[in-house]
Design a protein around this ligand. Structure first.
Ligand code: ADP
Ligand code: MG
Length: 274
Protein backbone atom coordinates (compact mmCIF):
# COMPACT_ATOMS: atom_id res chain seq x y z
CA UNK A 1 0.00 0.00 0.00
CA UNK A 2 1.08 3.53 -0.56
CA UNK A 3 1.15 6.17 2.06
CA UNK A 4 1.03 9.79 0.97
CA UNK A 5 -0.54 12.85 2.48
CA UNK A 6 -3.32 12.63 -0.15
CA UNK A 7 -4.67 9.24 0.86
CA UNK A 8 -4.70 9.97 4.56
CA UNK A 9 -7.65 11.66 6.22
CA UNK A 10 -6.82 13.55 9.40
CA UNK A 11 -9.15 12.68 12.27
CA UNK A 12 -7.54 14.95 14.84
CA UNK A 13 -4.54 15.22 17.13
CA UNK A 14 -3.81 12.52 19.71
CA UNK A 15 -0.92 14.17 21.54
CA UNK A 16 2.07 16.49 21.40
CA UNK A 17 5.74 15.78 21.90
CA UNK A 18 8.95 17.79 21.80
CA UNK A 19 9.25 17.42 18.05
CA UNK A 20 5.74 17.53 16.69
CA UNK A 21 2.26 16.14 16.99
CA UNK A 22 0.74 12.68 16.62
CA UNK A 23 -2.55 12.44 14.71
CA UNK A 24 -5.15 9.75 14.21
CA UNK A 25 -5.65 9.29 10.48
CA UNK A 26 -7.72 7.12 8.17
CA UNK A 27 -5.84 5.35 5.39
CA UNK A 28 -8.52 5.53 2.69
CA UNK A 29 -7.31 2.60 0.58
CA UNK A 30 -7.55 0.09 3.42
CA UNK A 31 -10.03 1.96 5.65
CA UNK A 32 -7.52 1.36 8.41
CA UNK A 33 -6.98 3.78 11.28
CA UNK A 34 -3.33 4.59 11.84
CA UNK A 35 -1.23 6.99 13.89
CA UNK A 36 0.86 9.60 12.08
CA UNK A 37 3.61 11.48 13.82
CA UNK A 38 4.43 14.74 12.09
CA UNK A 39 7.93 15.88 12.95
CA UNK A 40 8.77 19.46 12.04
CA UNK A 41 11.94 19.22 10.02
CA UNK A 42 12.24 22.06 7.52
CA UNK A 43 15.86 22.24 8.60
CA UNK A 44 16.79 18.78 7.42
CA UNK A 45 18.35 18.90 3.98
CA UNK A 46 17.35 16.63 1.12
CA UNK A 47 20.41 14.43 1.37
CA UNK A 48 19.70 13.75 5.00
CA UNK A 49 16.06 12.97 4.12
CA UNK A 50 17.12 10.41 1.55
CA UNK A 51 19.56 8.82 3.96
CA UNK A 52 16.85 8.50 6.58
CA UNK A 53 14.38 7.02 4.11
CA UNK A 54 16.94 4.39 3.06
CA UNK A 55 17.11 3.24 6.61
CA UNK A 56 13.45 2.29 6.41
CA UNK A 57 14.33 -1.21 5.43
CA UNK A 58 15.74 -1.92 8.83
CA UNK A 59 12.68 -0.65 10.56
CA UNK A 60 10.19 -2.31 8.25
CA UNK A 61 11.67 -5.62 9.29
CA UNK A 62 10.72 -4.72 12.83
CA UNK A 63 7.11 -5.50 11.89
CA UNK A 64 7.88 -9.08 12.80
CA UNK A 65 9.18 -8.16 16.22
CA UNK A 66 7.28 -8.77 19.41
CA UNK A 67 5.91 -5.88 21.41
CA UNK A 68 6.92 -3.33 18.84
CA UNK A 69 4.60 -0.79 17.22
CA UNK A 70 4.29 -1.57 13.52
CA UNK A 71 5.89 0.92 11.19
CA UNK A 72 4.12 1.52 7.86
CA UNK A 73 6.33 4.09 6.17
CA UNK A 74 7.53 7.68 6.24
CA UNK A 75 6.74 10.57 3.92
CA UNK A 76 8.28 14.00 3.63
CA UNK A 77 5.47 16.47 3.01
CA UNK A 78 4.86 20.17 3.65
CA UNK A 79 8.29 20.48 5.30
CA UNK A 80 7.40 17.79 7.83
CA UNK A 81 8.24 14.14 8.06
CA UNK A 82 5.14 12.02 8.55
CA UNK A 83 5.80 8.73 10.27
CA UNK A 84 2.98 6.27 9.74
CA UNK A 85 2.55 3.62 12.38
CA UNK A 86 0.16 1.30 14.10
CA UNK A 87 -2.48 3.08 16.18
CA UNK A 88 -2.67 2.00 19.80
CA UNK A 89 -5.27 2.96 22.41
CA UNK A 90 -3.24 4.86 25.00
CA UNK A 91 0.30 5.50 26.24
CA UNK A 92 1.40 4.44 29.72
CA UNK A 93 2.03 8.02 30.94
CA UNK A 94 -1.62 8.90 30.41
CA UNK A 95 -2.85 5.57 31.74
CA UNK A 96 -0.85 5.60 34.96
CA UNK A 97 -1.73 9.21 35.75
CA UNK A 98 -5.37 8.37 35.27
CA UNK A 99 -5.13 5.33 37.55
CA UNK A 100 -3.25 7.08 40.39
CA UNK A 101 -4.39 10.67 40.15
CA UNK A 102 -7.95 10.44 38.89
CA UNK A 103 -9.11 7.03 40.13
CA UNK A 104 -6.87 7.09 43.25
CA UNK A 105 -5.90 3.49 42.55
CA UNK A 106 -2.65 1.82 41.62
CA UNK A 107 -1.24 -0.42 38.91
CA UNK A 108 -0.88 -3.77 40.58
CA UNK A 109 2.38 -5.66 40.33
CA UNK A 110 1.07 -8.15 37.79
CA UNK A 111 0.36 -5.27 35.44
CA UNK A 112 3.77 -3.69 36.09
CA UNK A 113 5.28 -7.15 35.56
CA UNK A 114 3.52 -7.64 32.22
CA UNK A 115 4.71 -4.23 31.04
CA UNK A 116 8.23 -5.05 32.24
CA UNK A 117 8.40 -8.34 30.34
CA UNK A 118 6.99 -6.81 27.13
CA UNK A 119 9.36 -3.83 27.30
CA UNK A 120 12.49 -5.82 28.14
CA UNK A 121 11.68 -8.30 25.33
CA UNK A 122 11.12 -5.44 22.87
CA UNK A 123 14.37 -3.70 23.83
CA UNK A 124 16.33 -6.94 23.67
CA UNK A 125 14.83 -7.76 20.26
CA UNK A 126 15.67 -4.29 18.92
CA UNK A 127 19.26 -4.67 20.02
CA UNK A 128 19.86 -8.28 19.02
CA UNK A 129 17.92 -8.44 15.74
CA UNK A 130 17.95 -4.87 14.45
CA UNK A 131 21.08 -3.49 16.15
CA UNK A 132 19.06 -0.58 17.47
CA UNK A 133 19.42 0.99 20.89
CA UNK A 134 16.16 2.70 21.74
CA UNK A 135 17.50 5.83 23.52
CA UNK A 136 14.13 7.25 24.53
CA UNK A 137 12.55 4.75 26.93
CA UNK A 138 9.81 6.49 28.93
CA UNK A 139 6.14 5.90 29.79
CA UNK A 140 4.83 7.84 26.77
CA UNK A 141 6.75 5.53 24.41
CA UNK A 142 5.10 2.42 25.85
CA UNK A 143 1.70 2.03 24.21
CA UNK A 144 -1.10 -0.33 25.13
CA UNK A 145 -4.40 -1.44 23.72
CA UNK A 146 -7.60 -2.77 25.23
CA UNK A 147 -6.55 -6.39 24.72
CA UNK A 148 -3.52 -5.97 26.97
CA UNK A 149 -0.96 -5.73 24.20
CA UNK A 150 2.03 -3.62 25.24
CA UNK A 151 4.25 -2.19 22.51
CA UNK A 152 7.26 0.06 22.35
CA UNK A 153 7.42 2.94 19.86
CA UNK A 154 9.69 5.82 18.77
CA UNK A 155 12.89 3.95 17.96
CA UNK A 156 14.79 3.77 14.69
CA UNK A 157 13.75 6.35 12.13
CA UNK A 158 11.79 8.32 14.70
CA UNK A 159 14.81 8.54 16.96
CA UNK A 160 17.15 9.34 14.08
CA UNK A 161 14.91 12.11 12.80
CA UNK A 162 14.52 13.53 16.25
CA UNK A 163 18.31 13.46 16.63
CA UNK A 164 18.68 15.43 13.39
CA UNK A 165 16.15 17.93 14.69
CA UNK A 166 17.97 18.15 18.02
CA UNK A 167 21.09 19.30 16.19
CA UNK A 168 19.23 22.37 15.03
CA UNK A 169 16.84 22.98 17.95
CA UNK A 170 16.82 22.81 21.69
CA UNK A 171 16.57 19.18 22.78
CA UNK A 172 13.91 20.02 25.33
CA UNK A 173 13.91 18.37 28.69
CA UNK A 174 15.00 14.75 28.95
CA UNK A 175 14.14 13.60 32.45
CA UNK A 176 14.81 9.91 31.78
CA UNK A 177 18.47 10.42 30.85
CA UNK A 178 20.97 8.17 32.63
CA UNK A 179 23.73 9.83 34.70
CA UNK A 180 26.44 8.86 32.20
CA UNK A 181 24.45 10.47 29.37
CA UNK A 182 24.65 13.77 31.21
CA UNK A 183 28.30 13.69 32.14
CA UNK A 184 30.10 11.87 29.36
CA UNK A 185 30.06 11.47 25.63
CA UNK A 186 30.77 7.75 25.73
CA UNK A 187 29.29 5.56 23.06
CA UNK A 188 25.67 4.81 23.74
CA UNK A 189 25.13 1.50 25.44
CA UNK A 190 21.91 -0.48 26.15
CA UNK A 191 22.54 0.08 29.84
CA UNK A 192 21.55 3.73 29.50
CA UNK A 193 18.16 2.42 28.33
CA UNK A 194 18.08 0.12 31.36
CA UNK A 195 18.36 3.21 33.58
CA UNK A 196 15.46 4.87 31.73
CA UNK A 197 13.49 1.64 32.12
CA UNK A 198 14.15 1.78 35.87
CA UNK A 199 12.82 5.34 36.12
CA UNK A 200 9.83 4.36 33.99
CA UNK A 201 8.97 1.30 36.12
CA UNK A 202 9.43 3.29 39.32
CA UNK A 203 6.87 5.75 37.99
CA UNK A 204 4.40 3.05 36.93
CA UNK A 205 4.70 1.19 40.25
CA UNK A 206 4.42 4.23 42.53
CA UNK A 207 2.51 6.78 40.44
CA UNK A 208 5.33 9.27 40.99
CA UNK A 209 8.43 10.43 39.16
CA UNK A 210 11.34 9.51 41.47
CA UNK A 211 13.03 12.93 41.51
CA UNK A 212 11.70 16.23 42.78
CA UNK A 213 10.64 18.71 40.11
CA UNK A 214 13.67 20.21 38.36
CA UNK A 215 13.58 23.88 37.52
CA UNK A 216 16.59 23.88 35.23
CA UNK A 217 19.07 21.68 33.46
CA UNK A 218 21.46 22.59 36.26
CA UNK A 219 19.08 21.00 38.80
CA UNK A 220 18.87 17.88 36.68
CA UNK A 221 22.65 17.55 36.47
CA UNK A 222 22.96 18.10 40.19
CA UNK A 223 20.35 15.48 41.00
CA UNK A 224 21.03 12.76 38.43
CA UNK A 225 24.76 13.02 37.83
CA UNK A 226 25.97 14.19 41.24
CA UNK A 227 23.29 12.83 43.55
CA UNK A 228 22.44 9.33 44.73
CA UNK A 229 20.22 7.27 42.45
CA UNK A 230 16.54 6.95 43.39
CA UNK A 231 15.74 3.95 45.59
CA UNK A 232 12.37 2.25 45.80
CA UNK A 233 11.70 1.08 49.35
CA UNK A 234 9.44 -1.92 50.04
CA UNK A 235 6.99 0.29 51.87
CA UNK A 236 7.54 3.83 50.71
CA UNK A 237 4.62 6.18 50.58
CA UNK A 238 1.13 4.77 50.56
CA UNK A 239 1.88 1.40 48.94
CA UNK A 240 4.04 -1.60 49.64
CA UNK A 241 6.05 -3.47 47.05
CA UNK A 242 7.29 -7.05 46.77
CA UNK A 243 10.97 -7.85 47.10
CA UNK A 244 11.32 -9.03 43.48
CA UNK A 245 9.85 -5.77 42.15
CA UNK A 246 12.01 -3.63 44.45
CA UNK A 247 15.13 -5.54 43.49
CA UNK A 248 14.39 -5.30 39.77
CA UNK A 249 13.79 -1.55 39.79
CA UNK A 250 16.67 -0.68 42.10
CA UNK A 251 19.08 -2.75 40.05
CA UNK A 252 18.03 -0.94 36.86
CA UNK A 253 18.79 2.25 38.77
CA UNK A 254 22.41 1.30 39.53
CA UNK A 255 24.22 4.58 39.12
CA UNK A 256 27.47 3.23 37.75
CA UNK A 257 26.81 1.94 34.26
CA UNK A 258 29.55 -0.68 34.57
CA UNK A 259 27.54 -2.43 37.28
CA UNK A 260 24.12 -1.99 35.71
CA UNK A 261 22.69 -5.17 34.11
CA UNK A 262 21.93 -5.74 30.44
CA UNK A 263 18.82 -7.54 29.18
CA UNK A 264 20.09 -11.11 29.45
CA UNK A 265 20.76 -10.55 33.12
CA UNK A 266 17.46 -8.74 33.73
CA UNK A 267 15.69 -11.79 32.32
CA UNK A 268 17.07 -13.94 35.14
CA UNK A 269 15.52 -11.78 37.87
CA UNK A 270 12.60 -13.23 39.83
CA UNK A 271 10.37 -10.29 38.97
CA UNK A 272 10.84 -10.91 35.25
CA UNK A 273 10.42 -14.67 35.60
CA UNK A 274 7.31 -14.40 37.75
P1 ADP B 1 6.09 11.92 23.68
O1 ADP B 1 6.39 10.45 23.45
O2 ADP B 1 7.30 12.65 24.16
O3 ADP B 1 4.88 12.12 24.56
P2 ADP B 1 5.33 11.96 20.91
O4 ADP B 1 5.31 13.05 19.92
O5 ADP B 1 6.18 10.77 20.60
O6 ADP B 1 5.76 12.59 22.30
O7 ADP B 1 3.85 11.44 21.15
C1 ADP B 1 2.83 12.28 21.64
C2 ADP B 1 1.71 11.44 22.25
O8 ADP B 1 0.98 10.77 21.22
C3 ADP B 1 2.22 10.33 23.15
O9 ADP B 1 2.37 10.79 24.47
C4 ADP B 1 1.14 9.27 23.04
O10 ADP B 1 0.16 9.49 24.04
C5 ADP B 1 0.53 9.50 21.67
N1 ADP B 1 0.95 8.47 20.68
C6 ADP B 1 2.15 8.42 20.04
N2 ADP B 1 2.21 7.42 19.16
C7 ADP B 1 1.00 6.77 19.24
C8 ADP B 1 0.42 5.62 18.58
N3 ADP B 1 1.11 4.90 17.68
N4 ADP B 1 -0.84 5.25 18.92
C9 ADP B 1 -1.52 5.95 19.86
N5 ADP B 1 -1.05 7.04 20.50
C10 ADP B 1 0.20 7.45 20.20
MG1 MG C 1 6.85 9.28 21.86
Amino acid sequence: YTFNSGNLQDLGAIGNGNFGTVYKMLHRETQKLIAVKRIRCNNIDQREQIRLLREHDTIVRSEKGPNIVKFYGAIFSEGDCWICMELMDVSMDLLYRRVYEVKHGRLNENVVGHITVCTVDALDYLKKELKIIHRDVKPSNILVDGHGAVKLCDFGICGKLEDSVVKTHDAGCQPYLAPERITSLDKYDVRSDVWSLGITLYELATGKFPYKQWNSLFDQIAAVANGDPPILRPDSGEFSYSRPLVKFINTCLTKDRKHRPKYDQLKTFDFYKQ
